[in-house]
Design a protein around this ligand. Sequence first.
Ligand code: HEC
Length: 107
Amino acid sequence: MRPPLTVAAGLLAGLATFGTSANPFPDADLANGRKIHVESKCAACHEEKTGRDAGFIYLRDDRKVRTIFDLKRYMSLCNSELRLGLFPEDERDVAAFVNQQWYKLKE
Ligand code: HEC
């Protein structure tokens, strides 16, 4: 658990950047996200399922994710369904990485 003050500061920082950069994951560690995307087999499994490159599943015409909300939902789904056992911070980092690389969603 993070202390409440840090959470409040994080929220404020999030609000402050919203509108200007509209970065939905202001605190994310993208390098960590990139690492997890490979190490947790996100890329490998998606490639195997689609028979295309790692980005294809995120960009296919009938993709499921259209908003940040969907992205977080799918992240948790893949994480818990497949028992990948990611920590919330790691989930956030990999979501941020996937968004930066492929979805490019603002909200
Ligand atoms: C064992 C296989 C497997 C692993 C591992 C896996 N996924 Fe998935 N993922 C899938 C499948 C299959 C779908 C497509 C589900 C559908 O079409 O309803 C999917 C869909 C998704 C989508 C939605 C794509 C869309 O349609 O927009 C996201 C986001 C996603 N995965 C993220 C991840 C991330 C991040 C990881 C790693 C932490 C991960 N997945 C690990 C099998 C996997």
